[in-house]
Each structure stands twice: as C-alpha cells, then as structure tokens.
Design a protein around this ligand. Structure first.
Ligand code: NAD
Length: 365
C-alpha cells in the first residue's frame, strides 16, 4: 500500500532522529511491500528563521493533505535562543499548539513501558520495578482547563484570576471511545481517572464513560480519583493498562508515568483526530544540549513511527516488527549514551550513536 507522510523534522536533534525513523520506515516498506512518500514540512524555530513565523498556512495545508505526520521536536535553548525573545505567539511552541488545533488532534496517547533490559533506570524500588509495567495514557487534548474561558481582574478590591474547566458530553464520549478502542488492541482494561468527589465536570466524565463502556463488554472499566492515581503510578504501576483522563490530569500523570520508566529517549507519543489521521512524535524535546553531535537516541521517534503504522495505517504486523526489533537490539546490548547501564559495567554492551541505532533497528526487521 502507499501512504503519504508529512515529516516535521523541527529543531535541535529533530532532524537527526526523524531521519533514523524514516530509514526504519523505508526498511519496513521494503520488507512488507509498502510505499511511504515523504513530504517535509517546516515548523518551529526553523520556520521562524525561514518564514518569520513558527507555522505557516501553507505548512498547515500540506500537513492536512497527508495520511499522517511524523515529527521530531521543536524549540531551542529557552535561555539563549533568539526565538524566545519573540512574543509568545511567535515562538516555536506556538506552532505546535496551532497545528494540534488545526488538525483537530483531541486524543493524546502516551505509552509508558518499562523495558526489562532498562529496568535499572527506573527510579522505583526494585521490588516494584521488577514487576515491569506497560501502560498507555489516553489524555484529552483540546478541552478542559487549558481551553476554557480565563481572566484576571479586580473583584472587591482584590486581584482575582479565574480559569474554567468545562467538558461537554460529545468531547467526553469521543475520547472515551478512543480509550476503549485502544484497550481492545491491548489487555482490555480502562482506568478512568477523575476528581468526581469534587468536580461536576468529573461527574459527567464518569457518567458518559460508563455509557460508552456498555458498547465494549469485553473491556473492564474502573474509576480512580486523580490523587490516588498519582500515588498508584509509583506504588503499583503494573496494575494499569489504559488510563483515560482529561487534559490537565493527563498532562501531569503522563509526565509522571514517563519519568518512572527513567528513559526519555524511549518514549513515543501520538495525537489523533476523529479520523485515522495522527501526529506522531517522541515525548522528549529538541535537546539543544546534544544537537548535531550524532548521539541522540532515535528510538522514541522510531517507536512513534511504529504507533503511526498501528493507529493511522492499521499495519499491526509491521508495527510489531519495529517494536520487536527494539526489544531484540536491547537484548543484544546495543545502547545510545542516554541508556547505558548506570552501574558503569559495560560488559556485553555496544555503544552506538544516532545513526548506528537506526541501523540496529533496520538490521532486525
Ligand atoms: P528536552 O527533552 O529537550 O531535554 C531534556 C534532557 O533530556 C536533555 O539533557 C537532553 O539532552 C535529554 N534528551 C532528550 N531527548 C533525548 C534523546 N532523544 N536522546 C538523548 N537524550 C535526550 O527538554 P528541555 O531541555 O526542557 O527542552 C528543550 C527544548 O525542547 C525547549 O525549547 C522546549 O520547549 C522544547 N520541547 C519541545 C517539545 C516538542 O517538540 N514536542 C517537547 C518538550 C520540549
């Protein structure tokens, strides 16, 4: 089959890591008989330099015309880069917020998986880490507190700030369906996280989630309050399969879940709209401190490309091939600098750079 893929290489390590993901896609295409057509799209600091703005209308139109978009990362050093002397709406990150909105990307998927081979990077107690974990956080991305009305004004002589957390049933239903659909491809368990003991928006969230669950009898639904979820993520992460939650809770919990894996260079993510279209990107940033040195870990971007095959193109077998290749190369002791054993014992370990890691994946597909 033929698929059109927009590639936003972006800034910093972005071009290096997306090139490796593209190399892996070409290998998948060769082995499984697919054609992946690449169209480069400017966004972030590189777009500011070339076009004077972080995301042009032409870039948005090009992205919309693709079957999916693969992204590296955008942004520079926020203390020293001239991009951060610009007003907020002209900075690199404004491009990311705009493209999410323009493409209607309401569902954010962030897997947090503890590779047994990298378990020592997990900051949790060894008896918790040795159980391993494999969860996916499904975060609502375009509603809630971050998109509600807000203002700051003087009320009765006091400066008062107000943010509004609102969800309607359509917004809740569509993200809940996504969570149940994804759970069907996994261990068939959804934990919906809310604050229903306090918030009206959470009580509606719970009601609608239970309605959606009726259409998925094979998936087990449970509810958890967000404060408890934050504790359970570090106490017993193995209990979770799919965590479904609203925008702000998801923002916080997905970072917490990522960090308990201990390896930022391994964390993929996807943002999906109503159709099969998605934007796929590593969870880390543009890492300006190591850009251009050929040492960045490309695996998060390569694993994001695997998510693209699975969720936008329904190529599950091909996605499995990439994920299996990553597990195999970790078994073989291949590591970039960021995932080297912390003990310092390098017996059986081969350190590679960005492109060596891309090659290691291709060799195992
Ligand atoms: P960062 O994730 O870029 O870097 C944090 C640390 O992790 C650094 O030490 C970096 O070297 C390391 N790191 C990150 N990815 C790595 C990889 N693939 N391989 C090896 N090491 C890796 O976070 P930051 O320094 O806070 O942000 C840098 C820039 O990235 C900022 O401009 C920020 O706004 C931007 N950012 C962009 C995105 C995005 O594009 N979605 C996300 C987060 C941050």
């Amino acid at each position: 089959m033929k698929f059109n893929i927009g590639v936003i290489a972006g800034d910093g390590i972005g071009p290096e890591i997306t090139d490796e993901a593209w190399k892996v896609l070409l290998k998948v295409g060769q082995v499984y008989g697919h054609e992946f057509v690449r169209t480069d799209i400017l966004m972030g600091g590189c777009s500011i330099d070339a076009c004077g703005e972080p995301l042009t209308q032409e870039a948005i139109d090009t992205a919309k015309a693709q079957d999916a978009v693969l992204m590296g990362s955008i942004g520079g050093n926020t203390s020293t880069s001239p991009w951060y002397k610009l007003p907020p709406e002209k900075r690199p990150e404004a491009g990311l917020l705009k493209i999410r909105k323009e493409l209607g990307l309401f569902a954010n998927l962030r897997p947090a998986y503890l590779y047994p081979q990298l378990a020592e990077a997990c900051p949790l107690r060894s008896e918790v880490a040795k159980e391993g974990f494999d969860m996916l956080i499904m975060r609502e991305l375009t509603g809630g507190l971050y998109f509600g009305d807000r203002y700051t004004k003087e009320v009765d002589g006091l400066m008062t700030a107000v943010d509004t957390l609102s969800y309607n049933e359509t917004e809740i239903r569509r993200i809940a369906k996504r969570a149940f659909d994804v759970a069907l491809k996994r261990r068939k368990k959804v934990t919906s996280v809310d604050k229903a003991n306090v918030l009206d928006s959470s009580r509606l969230w719970r009601k609608i989630t239970e309605e959606v669950a009726k259409d998925y009898p094979e998936v087990e639904l449970s509810h958890m309050l967000v404060d408890n979820a934050a504790m359970q993520l570090v106490k017993d992460p193995a209990q979770f399969d799919v965590i479904l939650t609203e925008n702000m809770f998801g923002d916080i919990l997905s970072d917490e879940a990522s960090m308990v894996t201990g390896s930022i260079g391994m964390l993929a993510s996807a943002s999906l709209n109503e159709s099969k279209f998605g934007l796929y990107e590593p969870s880390g940033g543009s890492a300006p401190d190591i850009a251009g040195q050929g040492i960045a870990n490309p695996l998060a971007t390569i694993l994001s490309a695997a998510m693209m095959l699975r969720f936008s193109f329904d190529l599950d077998k091909e996605a499995d091939a990439i994920e299996d290749a990553v597990r195999a190369l970790l078994d073989d002791g291949i590591r970039t600098g960021d995932i080297l054993p912390q003990s310092g014992d390098l017996t059986g370990i081969t350190q590679v750079g960005t492109s060596g890691m891309g090659d290691a994946v291709c060799d195992r597909i």
